[in-house]
Design a binder for this molecule. Structure first.
Ligand code: SAM
Length: 440
């Protein structure tokens, strides 16, 4: 693997953000997450790209500079400089998803109110560890990713203040120029209208770097273009290994199959689906593409199929899209970690079932070579929904390279095929010296 510019990924999850940076020719020096399943999934798929692999560690324990320095010395010797720090500290504290449910619980029990307050505060504060890593590593750039709702949160001005007043451990001021905005994944080749908040920071004192601009946008990819070549399966399908029924059609499907070599070329993994009862299957079959729970045709169908259907208890006003059938001719709506609870919002456009793990991964632009071996179906849905779509992450990485001549010189873009077939970077790689040269 060539000595590309280097990044550190904090709160790395299964590796969506990392995969995007790897695609653009960056090398990962360190990735950390406290979820064993996320780390296992990351290492199953991306470990080949660096010897050390992702670390299982609770970043809330690194709440001061000394702790971060000791952590690096102990677990990642040699990582005292890097070009980019990226990360998506957990977003539940800022997210609007599930607020109604929490509110209802809170009203019925005061202790729960305290519990949620504390939990949300802890989560919001995780951006502190991220800020302190920047203060220790002094990267040329950082990328902070989160849900768009963060911009309306009370804590947002404090976050901006924090990243505008960074200080190194020896008290030197670190000035970063910040660019904050919301971006939509479908502009960057992801078949999904997911919006993400991104804050990009560029160190003011570095040479050879200018303004970060979002890269050029392209034509949206539709759900049909994304999923059309996968084999049809029934609800409850649990065989993890299947064969593609035919050849890929179109750029996106070709790209999604990159990285498979030899006999694996014909295989599709993790095309597994939740089990549904017969009422649900009958209902899905009656829903037209794009229709949702609140639509009168769907409400009528629910009652006709079973006057005591379990979905009747859901209020139409509050749960307008409790059920939502994908449209084949548009990008999907946001794939979220809620998939771990149920997949009703992602009913396949022409099969009477919800999406499989492979389909959710494709809607997030994870290639088929990215597998969920040894990870339960529910957890696979969560890891997928939590991720930054790799192709969106790649667009942000490209934005950094376009703005930074020095890093651009070091980067050579990779395909998914390259990522899975290059030899691993070793600990004593010479990129360290090159980076020192450009980061000074
Ligand atoms: C939004 S997800 C990140 C997704 C990731 N950037 C990707 O693209 O796949 C947030 C991650 O933060 C991790 N996390 C939460 N609290 C943490 C902590 N205290 N220390 C380390 N990781 C933590 C979660 O396990 C989760 O994987």
């Amino acid at each position: 693997m060539p000595d590309g510019p280097a990044f550190v990924d904090l709160f790395c999850g299964a590796g969506g953000l990392s995969l995007g940076f790897l695609l653009e020719g960056f090398n990962c020096l360190l990735a950390v997450d406290n979820d064993p399943s996320a780390v296992a999934c990351y290492n199953t798929n991306l470990r080949g790209s660096f010897d050390r692999g992702a670390f299982l560690y609770d970043l809330s324990r690194l709440d001061n500079h000394e702790a971060i320095v000791s952590f690096l010395e102990l677990y990642a010797p040699g990582v005292r400089r890097c070009d980019v720090v990226v990360g998506g500290p957990p977003c539940q504290g800022f997210s609007v998803v599930g607020k109604n449910k929490i509110q209802a619980l809170v009203q019925s029990d005061n202790n729960l109110e305290m519990y949620w307050k504390k939990r949300n505060e802890e989560r919001c504060m995780l951006y502190e560890s991220f800020a302190m890593f920047i203060e220790v590593l002094e990267p040329r750039w950082f990328l902070f990713e989160n849900v768009p709702a963060i911009m309306g949160h009370d804590i947002f001005p404090s976050i901006i203040d924090r990243f505008s007043s960074l200080l190194t451990p020896d008290g030197r001021k670190l000035d970063y120029r910040l660019v904050c905005s919301k971006y939509i994944a479908s502009s960057y080749g992801v078949p999904q209208n997911r919006k993400r908040f991104i804050m990009i920071g560029r160190r003011e004192d570095i040479k050879g770097a200018g303004e970060w601009k979002p890269p050029e946008t392209g034509m949206p990819v539709t759900v049909l273009e994304a999923l059309g070549d996968l084999p049809p399966v029934r609800e409850g399908h649990r065989e993890r290994v299947m064969f593609y029924p035919g050849s890929p059609a179109g750029n996106y499907q070709h790209r999604m199959r990159e990285g498979m070599v030899g006999f694996e070329k014909g295989i599709v993994y993790d095309h597994i689906c939740r089990t549904h009862n017969k009422d649900d299957v009958a209902l899905f079959a009656r829903m037209s593409p794009g229709s949702r729970f609140a639509d009168s045709e769907v409400q009528r169908a629910v009652r006709e199929i079973n006057p005591e259907h379990k979905l009747i208890k859901y209020s139409v006003e509050k749960f307008r899209d409790k059920l939502h059938r994908l449209r084949p001719d548009e990008p999907a709506w946001t794939v979220t970690a809620h998939l771990q609870k149920d997949c009703y919002k992602f009913i396949h456009y022409n099969q009477p079932r919800t999406v499989t793990v492979r389909e959710a991964a494709r809607l997030q632009s994870f290639p088929d070579r990215f597998v969920f071996t040894g990870i339960s179906m529910i957890t696979s849905f969560r890891l997928t929904g939590n991720a930054v779509p790799p192709l969106m992450a790649a667009a942000f990485a490209r934005g950094i390279l376009d703005a930074d001549v020095c890093l651009n010189m070091l980067a050579s873009r990779r395909s998914f095929q390259d990522i899975w077939n290059e030899p691993a970077v070793t600990e004593n790689w010479s990129g360290e010296q090159i980076r020192q040269g450009v980061s000074g």
